[in-house]
Design a protein around this ligand. Structure first.
Ligand SMILES: [Ca+2]
Ligand SMILES: [Ca+2]
Ligand SMILES: [Ca+2]
Ligand SMILES: [Ca+2]
Length: 523
């Protein structure tokens, strides 16, 4: 009997345990299912609401902390949900507040229910990493720079040096330099500064057209919704504004787009929360009228080029704020443009620069894009920062064929620097890793195998690493090879190591020349 009882007890215990396990399994299963359901719902909301304004980012592309404290409050405000620790109107003047309100940037009330927003947030935070670590393979990838020799040159009396614009005029062999202190310098190799010109505001870009020089004056360098910028013509003695009340213009092109003898101006009004790419046409009375080509903030760079080979000049423009993208505006009728978005990137890519180059020599212009801005909401090392080569497939289709990662890269120049027939690149990073990779603030990428996109990277170990917002190429010493010029910008929007910050601020130079050693003077 005892055995029976024992057996009976054993059986009951077994049954109880089985039931327990079964129940546990069911509840676990439904818990997992519920969670998966919530995750699924969160994902759907994320996809629906976060692809309205821009390309969908990966939740894993930023850390939980960055999402929570920096990006989500801003995103929420764009959906009319205001976080207690984030006031989208903070620091804005009444005038700016009105501009933001009138452009429907911030909604009056929420356009998404709170529980849905919570599910969306939960989905992002579940899939975001706690931290990102430095890619240690990069610590060993760079060779010492030998193709170029660095030379630092003082141009201004002001300190710290804050160079904002740099452009070389090949015809007059003059370097034009703009700085934060509303000054423009003309500079010649072996001569030095030849002229100092006072401007209305900070000059960030230059154009040379029919023996005149044109200044793009940003108005205010730091974000504002106010339109305080100018576009001015300089004729040896006077600066005459052609266009005024521009919204933080950062780049312009002037050219006769319809071949009627009268030049038009294409203006990148970077703006801030609002902005636009505009075409300015000269009327018979001599005044300019604005035709907005695309109302989108972050217009940062443009080129005028016939991209479809129909004989009419088109416009290629990059937008770098929120909806990061490259558009081609095809000229159909007389100054009538049809836009096509040819490249698009998630908003965390931090798109900053582009160059046009026929990388693979097939007669089709390719677009090289640069992604590395870390000045806004998410200051971490990003694996997807770098240079992208987007090859023209024909018919206005571009495909990313190569990605070279560089933390915080902001500018690039493309050229066959060693004259072996293939395109090499030089790039500057304003947001490198400030500890072990700070010398990647300047990288020379020598093309080793064009078809396979094999590049050899070189850096210069320096006590005061390059810190620049500007990068230009020119044969500055006139010896037949292409050199690289950068302007010193000794201020940081984010935290940098204090000892480096001191060195940058104390640096007694305005421009840095990387002199190509391919042909040496007198050799
Ligand atoms: Ca065309
Ligand atoms: Ca090509
Ligand atoms: Ca080469
Ligand atoms: Ca040279």
């Amino acid at each position: 009997m005892r055995t029976n009882i024992e057996a009976g007890t054993g059986m009951r215990a077994f049954l109880l345990i089985s039931v327990f396990i079964l129940l546990t399994f069911i509840s676990l299963n439904s818990f997992v299912k519920q969670n998966a359901k919530a995750d699924d719902e969160g994902k759907k909301l994320f996809t629906a609401y976060c692809s309205n304004c821009h390309m969908l980012p990966e939740p894993a592309s930023l850390t939980k902390e960055i999402w929570k404290n920096h990006v989500l409050p801003v995103m929420a405000s764009r959906l009319g949900i205001i976080y207690p620790n984030y006031d989208p109107f903070r620091g804005l003047s009444e005038e700016e507040k009105d501009i933001v309100k009138n452009n429907n940037i911030i909604f009056d009330g929420p356009i998404l229910e709170e529980d849905k927003w919570k599910k969306l947030v939960q989905y992002i935070l579940t899939n975001a990493p706690d931290s990102v670590s430095l890619d240690s393979t990069r610590l060993k990838r760079d060779s010492p720079l030998t193709q170029f020799v660095r030379e630092d040159i003082q141009v201004e009396a002001e300190s710290p040096s804050l160079i904002t614009g740099l452009e070389y005029n090949n015809e007059t062999r003059t370097l034009w330099i703009g700085n934060f202190f509303n000054q423009v310098f003309t500079w010649k190799y072996n001569v030095g500064v030849t002229k100092t010109i006072k401007t209305n505001s900070t000059v960030v870009d230059f154009n040379f057209y029919r023996s005149s020089t044109y200044f793009t004056e940003i108005g205010k360098l730091y974000p504002t919704e106010l339109s305080l910028g100018d576009y001015a013509r300089y004729n040896d003695t006077t600066v005459s504004p052609l266009l005024t009340q521009l919204h933080r213009p950062v780049h312009a092109e002037i050219d006769d787009l319809n071949d009627d003898g009268i030049p038009e101006i294409v203006m990148c009004n970077f703006g801030n929360k609002i902005g636009a790419l505009s075409l300015f046409k000269k009327t018979k009375s001599g005044k300019y009228t604005e035709q907005v080509l695309l109302k989108l903030p972050g217009a940062v760079k443009c080129f005028i080029k016939d991209m479809d080979g129909d004989g009419k000049k088109d416009i290629v423009a990059m937008f770098s704020q929120g909806d990061e993208s490259v558009y081609i505006f095809y000229q159909k009728g007389n100054l009538q443009f049809t836009p096509k978005r040819v490249l698009r990137f998630p908003p965390n890519y931090g798109t900053t620069d582009m160059v046009l180059v026929d990388y693979n020599h097939d007669g089709l212009t390719d677009i090289v894009t640069v992604h590395g801005d870390n000045a806004d909401y998410s200051n971490i090392l990003k694996a997807y920062h770098g240079i992208r080569i987007n090859i023209n497939q024909g018919g206005g289709v571009f495909k990313e064929k190569f990605f070279y990662p560089i933390y915080g890269v902001t500018k690039v120049v493309a050229e066959d620097f060693d004259k072996d027939g293939d395109i090499d690149f030089a790039a500057s990073s304003f947001f490198p890793d400030f500890t072990n990779l700070v010398n990647e603030s300047f990288i020379y990428l020598e093309n080793k195998d064009e078809a396979n996109f094999t590049f050899k990277p070189y850096i210069l170990k320096s006590d005061v690493p390059l810190k620049t917002l500007t990068l230009e190429k020119a044969d500055i010493d006139g010896d037949g090879d292409m050199d690289i010029i950068a302007g010193n910008f000794a201020q940081s929007p984010g935290a940098v190591p204090p000892n480096l910050d001191q060195k940058w601020k104390a640096a007694k130079y305005g421009i840095i020349i990387f002199k190509n050693q391919l042909y040496k003077p007198g050799k």
